[in-house]
Design a protein around this ligand. Structure first.
Ligand SMILES: NC(=O)c1ccc[n+]([C@@H]2O[C@H](COP(=O)([O-])OP(=O)(O)OC[C@H]3O[C@@H](n4cnc5c(N)ncnc54)[C@H](OP(=O)(O)O)[C@@H]3O)[C@@H](O)[C@H]2O)c1
Length: 327
């Protein structure tokens, strides 16, 4: 049996990605096979396809993901779909269950079917939640919860600055901060100001017109999803005991952050976000009760995967780019 999948046989531009018929996934004892109804091309997929690893981490990235070509040629790290087969040691799910999952370093979600490890990050998806809406949650939402709730311990009433507020991670940070009771300032281009306000930002700064440093303001928590500002500048935007989240930090920024953690009362937070089922369930709950707004840049069939990668590379993607294998 074969299935369609988007394959990245080598590192390179978006057009290295092509639709191919490949073997069906094999089912391990603690795995389920999920028929993928929706997945995304996110900034992690695009980075990996291009071998565009964070500054100072190219060697580590290639050791982990493949030296001269991706080890896992079917990318895609989040999916929503229906369980079609269950491993011999799985009692939590049965065929027909709707699920939302993150596949971690195994990836494989850019396909009609994907084997998912039930011990990694899988949660049930209520019947009232659509697959395409749900799949916008994991990548941005778990990163936002990791940084704001788990690492920054954000408290109700605090003030949060989100730089890059219209991307997948930024839009999720705005919503998580709002739902945790914070007052949010979002930084984006003027074109996305209305969206960022609608997600819950009380204030919006258009970075094409205003330099944040000239505002003279300080925030309890600063989250930078863009990764272009230097750490000292970002810390200058935070209160004296503020927390600064460097979501897309390279090694030099992490080293500066680690030094500042030893030498100042501010806390600089960095590193990979946790793929936590508890956080994923919390996000599904918000979506189900109607307090979370999914942000979908575009919805494309699997066959247009190269186009989806090009859109992500443009750095203009708004929220999530959803791929629908059955279209
Ligand atoms: N640490 C982790 O575990 C982790 C997890 C997830 C993601 N990440 C990293 O986080 C970064 C962001 O990911 P993402 O998926 O959110 O990216 P994304 O969705 O591709 O971000 C695109 C957005 O970036 C905005 N943008 C571009 N330049 C900007 C600037 N100078 N100032 C403000 N906004 C700007 C654009 O808005 P405008 O068009 O309005 O400019 C666009 O909406 C990536 O580097 C990714 O690798 C890290």
């Amino acid at each position: 049996m074969v299935m369609n999948a988007l394959v990245a046989p080598r590192y390179g531009d978006p057009d290295v990605v092509e639709l191919r018929a490949i073997a069906e996934p094999e089912l391990g004892p603690r795995e389920v096979v999920v028929e993928v109804r929706a997945t995304t091309v996110n900034s992690g997929d695009a980075r990996l396809r291009a071998a565009r690893f964070p500054d100072g981490m190219a060697w580590l990235g290639r050791v982990m993901f493949g030296w001269s070509a991706p080890k896992r040629q079917v990318l895609g790290a989040e999916l929503a779909g229906v369980v079609t087969a269950v491993g011999t040691k799985v009692s939590e799910y049965v065929a027909g269950d709707r699920v939302l999952a993150m596949t971690g370093m195994r990836m494989g979600a850019h396909a009609e079917r994907c084997a998912v490890d039930v011990d990694h990050c899988v949660v049930p998806l209520p019947a009232t939640v659509g697959f395409e809406e749900a799949v916008t949650l994991p990548f941005g939402g778990t990163t936002a919860l990791t940084y704001l709730a788990d690492r920054a311990a954000l408290r109700s009433g605090e003030r949060v600055l989100v730089i890059g507020a219209s991307g997948a991670v930024g839009a999720a940070c705005v919503q998580v901060a709002r739902l945790l009771g914070a007052e949010v300032t979002g930084v984006c281009s003027g074109a996305n100001a209305g969206l960022v306000r609608s997600l819950g930002a009380k204030h919006v700064v258009d970075y094409t017109r205003t330099d944040l440093g000239t505002l003279g303001d300080r925030w309890d928590v600063v989250i930078d999803t863009v990764g272009q500002a230097n750490v000292k500048h970002l810390c200058g935007l935070a209160a004296s005991r503020g927390r600064v989240g460097l979501v897309s930090a390279g090694l030099p920024q992490m080293l500066v952050g680690a030094w500042r953690n030893l030498s100042t009362r501010q806390r600089v937070l960095f590193g990979p976000a946790a793929e936590s089922p508890a956080n994923l369930s919390r996000l599904v709950g918000w979506l189900e009760e109607g307090s979370w707004r999914p942000v979908i840049d575009d919805r494309l069939p699997l066959a247009r995967g190269a186009e989806a990668h090009a859109r992500v590379d443009s750095m203009r993607k708004v929220g999530s780019l959803v791929l629908v294998p059955r279209d």
